[in-house]
Design a protein around this ligand. Structure first.
Ligand code: AMP
Ligand code: MG
Length: 333
């Protein structure tokens, strides 16, 4: 049975982690499904609860910057610069693993992914448990990550020992993942910590191809699986506001049971709509929530308004395009 608690009773959840159990906890990005990163049975329970393929490695969460030196035997200059600047926060750093890190958490890779969350409940849980906590997003594999308690409960009730209610997640998209284990630092997954910010610290950083394309050979194992998909069939419409709206008007007139994810308040009388907000930061915070909202309202086909903007817009684009299985209409073409 799953027990839902608040941060007041966090010691119970910390104890649960120590004895090899599973705890869903809030972070500033999305809710995470945590277990002791050094306990292989506990780690297998994460994969089972999510239905996650065992070749998709987990991020290890720490509460003390110094712990990177225990988890990695090669904290190089690039790693140090990123950790100094962005820990704690929404950045995950991939480095060569140390011998204490086992093969279940890394899915057999010789690298380990490490993040230090800034959410105080997450930090307190890690600190009190005395463990490093491995935690993927707390959704069933393939579904949009949960950013509110209701969506955690929908996916995880009965599958984990504890859920800590921490309200709504601020950022709404998973962390930026940067691989610094090779000679050239590489962004494997975009997030709130943007390419522009990272480039100021590591000028030679590159963006991995798989971020905006479908590929069979991604460097980050997780990116090859279906991701962020609601039950509804999603199509993204990109371009100027006016052209995007014309395309969607035409589509909805011939599509039964559809809905529209609007950006900056589009109006489509007679169809279910929800607005992603007025800027890309708001779009990020609302995206996963909105995708699940369409399913909850029985919408079968979704058209999503999108505009190509930089910054966190790259992360929104990455998640949205994946949720649509790369079905994209360029309205200005
Ligand atoms: P999630 O925890 O659900 O946000 O997913 C974690 C992401 O980080 C997945 O896309 C993983 O494939 C990726 N990841 C974790 N560890 C590594 C690693 N050692 N090398 C490359 N990618 C990793
Ligand atoms: Mg995930």
């Amino acid at each position: 049975m799953t027990k839902i608690i608040t941060a007041e009773n966090i010691e119970e959840a910390a104890e649960c982690i120590r004895r090899g159990g599973t705890v869903v906890f809030p972070t500033e990005t999305v809710y995470g499904l945590g277990a002791d990163a050094m306990n292989d049975d506990a780690l297998r329970a994460i994969y089972t609860a999510k239905g996650r393929p065992s070749d998709n490695p987990l991020i290890v969460h720490i509460a003390d910057k110094g712990d990177v030196y225990k988890l990695s035997s090669d904290v190089n200059e690039n790693a140090k610069k990123l950790i100094d600047k962005f820990f704690p926060g929404s950045l995950t750093v991939i480095m060569k693993k140390s011998p204490i890190v086992g093969g279940v958490v890394t899915a057999g890779l010789d690298t380990v992914a490490v993040r230090m969350p800034s959410n105080p409940i997450a930090a307190e849980l890690i600190r009190r448990s005395g463990c490093y906590i491995a935690a993927p997003s707390a959704n069933l594999s393939g579904s949009p990550s949960p950013t509110v308690l209701r969506h955690v409960v929908d996916d995880m009730d009965g599958r984990v020992d504890y859920i800590i209610d921490g309200g709504n997640c601020d950022i709404g998209l998973e962390s930026t993942v940067v691989d610094v284990s090779g000679d050239v630092p590489e962004i494997l997954r975009p997030g709130k910590t943007t390419y522009e910010e990272l480039k100021q610290i590591l000028p030679d950083i590159i963006i991995n191809d798989a971020i905006l394309k479908e590929t069979d050979t991604p460097k980050s194992p997780g990116t090859k699986y279906t991701h962020y998909s609601p039950k509804a069939d999603v199509t993204v419409v990109v371009g100027s506001k006016e052209n995007v709206r014309k395309v969607i008007q035409n589509k909805i007139s011939v599509t039964p049971n559809c809905g529209v994810l609007t950006y900056k308040g589009g109006s489509y009388p007679g169809v279910f709509t929800t607005d992603a907000g007025d800027n890309m930061q708001q779009y990020a915070a609302n995206l996963f929530y909105s995708l699940r909202l369409f399913d909850e309202n029985g919408v079968e086909v979704v058209f999503a308004e999108f505009a190509d903007e930089g910054g966190i817009g790259l992360a929104v684009k990455n998640r949205l395009f994946k949720s649509a299985g790369h079905k994209v209409i360029y309205a200005d073409d």
